[in-house]
Design a protein around this ligand. Structure first.
Ligand SMILES: [Zn+2]
Ligand SMILES: [Zn+2]
Length: 352
Protein backbone atom coordinates (compact mmCIF):
# COMPACT_ATOMS: atom_id res chain seq x y z
CA UNK A 1 0.00 0.00 0.00
CA UNK A 2 1.16 3.48 -0.88
CA UNK A 3 -0.33 6.74 0.17
CA UNK A 4 -0.86 9.47 -2.42
CA UNK A 5 -1.70 13.13 -2.15
CA UNK A 6 -4.65 14.62 -3.99
CA UNK A 7 -4.66 18.39 -4.31
CA UNK A 8 -8.20 19.69 -4.23
CA UNK A 9 -10.06 22.86 -3.36
CA UNK A 10 -13.77 23.63 -3.47
CA UNK A 11 -12.63 26.74 -5.34
CA UNK A 12 -12.15 24.47 -8.37
CA UNK A 13 -15.92 24.81 -8.77
CA UNK A 14 -15.41 28.46 -9.72
CA UNK A 15 -13.80 27.43 -13.02
CA UNK A 16 -17.19 27.70 -14.61
CA UNK A 17 -17.92 28.70 -18.20
CA UNK A 18 -21.66 28.51 -17.63
CA UNK A 19 -24.37 25.84 -17.65
CA UNK A 20 -24.32 25.21 -21.39
CA UNK A 21 -20.58 24.76 -21.69
CA UNK A 22 -19.28 21.17 -21.98
CA UNK A 23 -16.61 21.67 -19.28
CA UNK A 24 -18.23 20.60 -16.01
CA UNK A 25 -16.27 22.00 -13.06
CA UNK A 26 -17.92 19.69 -10.51
CA UNK A 27 -16.18 16.54 -11.82
CA UNK A 28 -13.43 16.88 -9.22
CA UNK A 29 -15.91 17.36 -6.36
CA UNK A 30 -17.69 14.17 -7.50
CA UNK A 31 -14.41 12.27 -7.45
CA UNK A 32 -13.70 13.42 -3.90
CA UNK A 33 -17.21 12.37 -2.85
CA UNK A 34 -16.70 8.90 -4.32
CA UNK A 35 -13.30 8.52 -2.64
CA UNK A 36 -14.84 9.48 0.71
CA UNK A 37 -17.79 7.11 0.26
CA UNK A 38 -15.36 4.24 -0.26
CA UNK A 39 -13.27 5.16 2.78
CA UNK A 40 -10.15 6.09 0.84
CA UNK A 41 -9.63 9.59 2.18
CA UNK A 42 -7.44 9.55 5.26
CA UNK A 43 -6.37 5.96 4.65
CA UNK A 44 -4.83 5.79 1.19
CA UNK A 45 -5.37 9.37 0.16
CA UNK A 46 -4.28 12.59 1.84
CA UNK A 47 -6.03 15.70 0.58
CA UNK A 48 -4.19 19.02 0.57
CA UNK A 49 -5.72 22.33 -0.36
CA UNK A 50 -3.70 24.43 -2.79
CA UNK A 51 -3.20 28.18 -2.72
CA UNK A 52 -3.67 30.00 -6.03
CA UNK A 53 -0.52 30.17 -8.13
CA UNK A 54 1.19 33.52 -7.69
CA UNK A 55 1.88 35.87 -10.59
CA UNK A 56 5.53 34.90 -10.36
CA UNK A 57 4.58 31.24 -10.82
CA UNK A 58 2.25 31.98 -13.76
CA UNK A 59 5.06 33.98 -15.38
CA UNK A 60 7.24 30.86 -15.43
CA UNK A 61 5.37 30.11 -18.66
CA UNK A 62 2.98 32.95 -19.49
CA UNK A 63 3.72 36.49 -20.59
CA UNK A 64 2.90 39.42 -18.34
CA UNK A 65 0.70 40.89 -21.08
CA UNK A 66 -1.38 37.74 -21.21
CA UNK A 67 -1.79 37.42 -17.41
CA UNK A 68 -2.82 41.10 -17.28
CA UNK A 69 -5.29 40.48 -20.11
CA UNK A 70 -6.89 37.56 -18.24
CA UNK A 71 -7.10 39.67 -15.08
CA UNK A 72 -8.83 42.49 -16.95
CA UNK A 73 -11.28 40.07 -18.61
CA UNK A 74 -12.00 38.61 -15.14
CA UNK A 75 -13.36 41.90 -13.85
CA UNK A 76 -16.33 42.17 -16.23
CA UNK A 77 -16.47 38.55 -17.30
CA UNK A 78 -17.77 39.27 -20.81
CA UNK A 79 -16.62 37.97 -24.18
CA UNK A 80 -14.06 35.28 -24.90
CA UNK A 81 -10.47 34.64 -23.87
CA UNK A 82 -9.74 33.02 -27.24
CA UNK A 83 -11.49 32.67 -30.60
CA UNK A 84 -14.71 31.26 -29.20
CA UNK A 85 -14.12 28.12 -27.09
CA UNK A 86 -13.09 29.69 -23.81
CA UNK A 87 -15.51 32.30 -22.52
CA UNK A 88 -14.34 34.94 -20.07
CA UNK A 89 -16.16 34.87 -16.74
CA UNK A 90 -16.02 36.82 -13.54
CA UNK A 91 -12.94 35.97 -11.45
CA UNK A 92 -11.64 33.62 -14.18
CA UNK A 93 -8.07 34.54 -13.27
CA UNK A 94 -8.52 33.44 -9.64
CA UNK A 95 -10.37 30.26 -10.67
CA UNK A 96 -7.63 29.27 -13.13
CA UNK A 97 -4.81 30.22 -10.74
CA UNK A 98 -6.03 27.92 -7.96
CA UNK A 99 -6.15 24.98 -10.37
CA UNK A 100 -2.54 25.75 -11.37
CA UNK A 101 -1.76 25.93 -7.66
CA UNK A 102 -3.05 22.36 -7.31
CA UNK A 103 -0.63 20.99 -9.89
CA UNK A 104 2.25 23.01 -8.44
CA UNK A 105 1.48 21.76 -4.93
CA UNK A 106 1.37 18.13 -6.10
CA UNK A 107 4.69 18.63 -7.93
CA UNK A 108 6.28 20.29 -4.90
CA UNK A 109 5.14 17.59 -2.44
CA UNK A 110 6.49 14.87 -4.72
CA UNK A 111 9.70 16.82 -5.41
CA UNK A 112 10.28 17.23 -1.67
CA UNK A 113 9.78 13.50 -1.18
CA UNK A 114 6.72 13.82 1.04
CA UNK A 115 4.74 11.57 -1.32
CA UNK A 116 5.76 9.37 -4.24
CA UNK A 117 2.64 10.22 -6.23
CA UNK A 118 0.41 13.26 -6.44
CA UNK A 119 -2.81 13.84 -8.35
CA UNK A 120 -4.52 17.10 -9.19
CA UNK A 121 -7.82 16.10 -10.83
CA UNK A 122 -8.43 19.81 -11.39
CA UNK A 123 -5.37 20.26 -13.64
CA UNK A 124 -4.31 19.30 -17.15
CA UNK A 125 -4.90 22.50 -19.18
CA UNK A 126 -2.61 21.50 -22.02
CA UNK A 127 -3.93 23.85 -24.74
CA UNK A 128 -3.01 27.10 -22.97
CA UNK A 129 -0.04 28.84 -24.62
CA UNK A 130 2.38 31.40 -23.20
CA UNK A 131 0.30 34.30 -24.51
CA UNK A 132 -3.04 32.74 -25.39
CA UNK A 133 -5.97 30.83 -23.95
CA UNK A 134 -7.32 27.95 -26.05
CA UNK A 135 -9.69 25.02 -25.84
CA UNK A 136 -11.14 25.76 -22.35
CA UNK A 137 -7.60 26.23 -21.00
CA UNK A 138 -6.53 29.54 -19.43
CA UNK A 139 -3.18 28.75 -17.75
CA UNK A 140 -1.05 25.73 -18.60
CA UNK A 141 -0.57 24.18 -15.15
CA UNK A 142 1.45 21.27 -16.53
CA UNK A 143 3.97 23.47 -18.28
CA UNK A 144 4.24 25.71 -15.20
CA UNK A 145 4.88 22.74 -12.88
CA UNK A 146 7.44 21.23 -15.26
CA UNK A 147 9.22 24.58 -15.58
CA UNK A 148 9.23 24.84 -11.77
CA UNK A 149 10.84 21.38 -11.53
CA UNK A 150 13.39 22.11 -14.23
CA UNK A 151 14.39 25.31 -12.44
CA UNK A 152 15.19 23.14 -9.42
CA UNK A 153 17.50 20.90 -11.42
CA UNK A 154 15.11 18.10 -12.39
CA UNK A 155 16.18 17.85 -16.01
CA UNK A 156 14.68 14.71 -17.51
CA UNK A 157 10.95 15.22 -17.12
CA UNK A 158 8.60 13.05 -19.19
CA UNK A 159 5.06 14.20 -19.84
CA UNK A 160 2.59 11.59 -21.07
CA UNK A 161 -0.69 13.11 -22.29
CA UNK A 162 -3.54 10.71 -23.05
CA UNK A 163 -6.29 13.32 -23.51
CA UNK A 164 -8.14 12.90 -26.83
CA UNK A 165 -6.82 16.29 -27.94
CA UNK A 166 -3.24 17.06 -28.96
CA UNK A 167 -1.14 18.65 -26.18
CA UNK A 168 -0.38 21.61 -28.43
CA UNK A 169 0.16 24.25 -25.75
CA UNK A 170 2.53 22.06 -23.74
CA UNK A 171 4.37 21.17 -26.94
CA UNK A 172 4.82 24.84 -27.81
CA UNK A 173 6.37 25.58 -24.41
CA UNK A 174 8.92 22.74 -24.53
CA UNK A 175 9.38 22.29 -28.28
CA UNK A 176 13.06 23.19 -28.26
CA UNK A 177 13.91 21.68 -24.86
CA UNK A 178 14.93 18.19 -23.80
CA UNK A 179 11.62 17.54 -22.03
CA UNK A 180 9.98 14.37 -23.36
CA UNK A 181 6.34 14.87 -24.37
CA UNK A 182 4.30 11.91 -25.59
CA UNK A 183 0.80 12.87 -26.75
CA UNK A 184 -1.79 10.38 -27.99
CA UNK A 185 -4.81 11.99 -29.61
CA UNK A 186 -7.57 11.70 -32.16
CA UNK A 187 -6.50 13.00 -35.56
CA UNK A 188 -8.20 13.31 -38.90
CA UNK A 189 -6.89 16.68 -40.06
CA UNK A 190 -9.96 18.51 -38.74
CA UNK A 191 -10.49 17.36 -35.17
CA UNK A 192 -9.50 20.01 -32.58
CA UNK A 193 -6.85 21.44 -32.46
CA UNK A 194 -5.84 19.97 -35.83
CA UNK A 195 -2.16 19.59 -34.98
CA UNK A 196 -0.06 16.69 -33.66
CA UNK A 197 0.98 14.72 -36.74
CA UNK A 198 4.05 12.48 -36.36
CA UNK A 199 6.36 14.96 -38.09
CA UNK A 200 5.98 17.50 -35.24
CA UNK A 201 8.89 16.06 -33.31
CA UNK A 202 10.57 19.08 -31.73
CA UNK A 203 13.49 21.31 -32.69
CA UNK A 204 17.03 21.81 -31.38
CA UNK A 205 17.55 20.12 -28.02
CA UNK A 206 13.91 18.98 -28.23
CA UNK A 207 14.37 17.14 -31.53
CA UNK A 208 12.94 13.61 -31.35
CA UNK A 209 11.56 14.24 -27.87
CA UNK A 210 8.12 15.39 -28.96
CA UNK A 211 6.37 12.14 -29.77
CA UNK A 212 2.98 12.67 -31.36
CA UNK A 213 0.76 9.64 -31.81
CA UNK A 214 -2.20 10.70 -33.98
CA UNK A 215 -4.92 8.07 -34.01
CA UNK A 216 -7.80 7.79 -36.47
CA UNK A 217 -11.36 8.31 -35.18
CA UNK A 218 -12.82 5.11 -33.81
CA UNK A 219 -9.49 3.77 -32.54
CA UNK A 220 -10.22 1.20 -29.84
CA UNK A 221 -8.35 -0.51 -27.03
CA UNK A 222 -6.78 -3.14 -29.32
CA UNK A 223 -4.74 -0.48 -31.15
CA UNK A 224 -4.13 1.58 -28.02
CA UNK A 225 -2.61 -1.47 -26.28
CA UNK A 226 -0.15 -1.73 -29.20
CA UNK A 227 0.65 1.98 -28.90
CA UNK A 228 1.43 1.52 -25.20
CA UNK A 229 3.61 -1.58 -25.69
CA UNK A 230 5.36 -0.68 -28.94
CA UNK A 231 5.79 3.09 -28.70
CA UNK A 232 5.15 4.64 -25.29
CA UNK A 233 7.01 1.98 -23.29
CA UNK A 234 10.26 1.90 -25.31
CA UNK A 235 10.32 5.69 -25.66
CA UNK A 236 9.99 6.16 -21.89
CA UNK A 237 12.61 3.49 -21.15
CA UNK A 238 15.07 5.03 -23.57
CA UNK A 239 14.62 8.49 -22.00
CA UNK A 240 14.99 7.27 -18.41
CA UNK A 241 12.93 10.08 -16.84
CA UNK A 242 13.73 11.49 -13.40
CA UNK A 243 10.15 12.68 -12.93
CA UNK A 244 6.90 11.81 -14.71
CA UNK A 245 3.79 13.84 -15.36
CA UNK A 246 0.68 12.10 -16.65
CA UNK A 247 -2.15 14.17 -18.13
CA UNK A 248 -5.11 11.84 -17.62
CA UNK A 249 -7.92 13.44 -19.61
CA UNK A 250 -10.78 11.00 -20.05
CA UNK A 251 -12.22 12.47 -23.26
CA UNK A 252 -10.63 9.65 -25.29
CA UNK A 253 -13.20 7.38 -23.63
CA UNK A 254 -15.79 5.79 -25.93
CA UNK A 255 -18.67 7.58 -24.21
CA UNK A 256 -17.26 11.11 -24.43
CA UNK A 257 -19.41 13.75 -26.07
CA UNK A 258 -16.50 15.70 -27.60
CA UNK A 259 -14.05 12.85 -28.25
CA UNK A 260 -13.59 10.71 -31.37
CA UNK A 261 -11.72 7.71 -29.96
CA UNK A 262 -13.25 4.53 -28.63
CA UNK A 263 -11.14 3.71 -25.58
CA UNK A 264 -12.36 2.23 -22.30
CA UNK A 265 -11.06 1.97 -18.76
CA UNK A 266 -8.88 -0.93 -20.02
CA UNK A 267 -6.63 1.44 -22.02
CA UNK A 268 -6.56 4.01 -19.23
CA UNK A 269 -5.54 1.44 -16.63
CA UNK A 270 -2.91 -0.07 -18.90
CA UNK A 271 -1.22 3.23 -19.70
CA UNK A 272 -1.29 4.25 -16.04
CA UNK A 273 0.21 0.89 -15.07
CA UNK A 274 3.09 1.49 -17.49
CA UNK A 275 3.74 5.08 -16.37
CA UNK A 276 3.54 4.02 -12.71
CA UNK A 277 6.06 1.20 -13.27
CA UNK A 278 8.44 3.47 -15.18
CA UNK A 279 8.18 6.01 -12.34
CA UNK A 280 9.28 3.39 -9.81
CA UNK A 281 11.96 1.94 -12.06
CA UNK A 282 13.67 5.15 -13.18
CA UNK A 283 12.34 8.09 -11.18
CA UNK A 284 12.27 6.86 -7.56
CA UNK A 285 8.48 6.74 -7.92
CA UNK A 286 8.10 10.44 -8.68
CA UNK A 287 4.82 10.78 -10.58
CA UNK A 288 2.32 13.61 -10.75
CA UNK A 289 -0.96 12.98 -12.44
CA UNK A 290 -3.48 15.60 -13.53
CA UNK A 291 -6.99 15.48 -14.90
CA UNK A 292 -7.74 17.03 -18.25
CA UNK A 293 -10.67 16.72 -20.64
CA UNK A 294 -13.57 14.43 -19.88
CA UNK A 295 -17.02 15.61 -20.87
CA UNK A 296 -19.01 12.60 -19.73
CA UNK A 297 -18.91 13.21 -16.01
CA UNK A 298 -19.51 9.67 -14.80
CA UNK A 299 -17.00 8.03 -17.15
CA UNK A 300 -14.45 10.62 -16.12
CA UNK A 301 -15.03 10.28 -12.40
CA UNK A 302 -15.03 6.48 -12.43
CA UNK A 303 -11.82 6.35 -14.50
CA UNK A 304 -10.06 8.77 -12.14
CA UNK A 305 -11.31 6.76 -9.16
CA UNK A 306 -9.93 3.54 -10.66
CA UNK A 307 -6.65 5.34 -11.32
CA UNK A 308 -6.37 6.25 -7.63
CA UNK A 309 -6.99 2.62 -6.65
CA UNK A 310 -4.40 1.46 -9.14
CA UNK A 311 -1.78 3.81 -7.69
CA UNK A 312 -2.38 3.07 -4.03
CA UNK A 313 -3.32 -0.58 -4.04
CA UNK A 314 -3.62 -2.34 -7.41
CA UNK A 315 -4.50 -5.58 -5.62
CA UNK A 316 -7.76 -3.93 -4.67
CA UNK A 317 -8.84 -3.20 -8.27
CA UNK A 318 -10.82 -6.44 -8.49
CA UNK A 319 -13.10 -5.12 -5.74
CA UNK A 320 -14.06 -2.31 -8.08
CA UNK A 321 -14.53 -4.37 -11.24
CA UNK A 322 -18.09 -3.06 -11.43
CA UNK A 323 -16.55 0.27 -12.43
CA UNK A 324 -14.47 -1.24 -15.24
CA UNK A 325 -15.92 -1.22 -18.74
CA UNK A 326 -16.87 -4.78 -19.71
CA UNK A 327 -14.56 -5.67 -22.61
CA UNK A 328 -11.71 -3.96 -24.48
CA UNK A 329 -12.98 -2.42 -27.74
CA UNK A 330 -11.91 -3.35 -31.28
CA UNK A 331 -11.00 -0.80 -33.92
CA UNK A 332 -13.14 -0.97 -37.10
CA UNK A 333 -11.10 -2.49 -39.94
CA UNK A 334 -10.83 0.63 -42.12
CA UNK A 335 -9.36 2.62 -39.24
CA UNK A 336 -7.27 -0.30 -38.02
CA UNK A 337 -5.15 -0.21 -41.19
CA UNK A 338 -4.65 3.53 -40.83
CA UNK A 339 -3.65 3.16 -37.20
CA UNK A 340 -1.09 0.45 -38.03
CA UNK A 341 0.39 2.75 -40.64
CA UNK A 342 0.82 5.49 -38.02
CA UNK A 343 2.42 3.10 -35.51
CA UNK A 344 4.84 1.69 -38.12
CA UNK A 345 5.76 5.12 -39.44
CA UNK A 346 6.38 6.36 -35.92
CA UNK A 347 8.52 3.35 -35.00
CA UNK A 348 10.56 3.97 -38.15
CA UNK A 349 11.15 7.62 -37.29
CA UNK A 350 12.04 6.79 -33.68
CA UNK A 351 14.25 3.85 -34.60
CA UNK A 352 12.25 1.43 -32.47
ZN1 LIG B 1 -9.30 17.09 -24.40
ZN1 LIG C 1 3.59 3.62 -6.76
Amino acid sequence: MEKIVITYSDKYLNYNFGPNHPFKPYREAKLMELLRQHGLVGTYVDVQEPAPATDEELLLVHTKEYVDYVKRASIDGFGYLDYGDTPAFKDAHEAAAVRVGGTLLAARLVYEGRYLHGFNPGGGFHHARPSEAAGFCIYNDIAIAVRWLRNRGVRRVAIVDVDVHHADGTQEVFNSEDVLLISTHGYDGRFYPGTGWIDEDGVGAGKGLKVNIPLPPGTGDDVYFMVIDEVIKPVLERYRPEFLVLQFGVDAHAGDELGVLNLTTHSYMKVLDLVHKVAHEYASGRLVMTGGGGYDVWNTVKTWFLAVIQLVNPGDLSRYSFLMDPEPTQTPLRHYEEALYVIDALKGRLGL
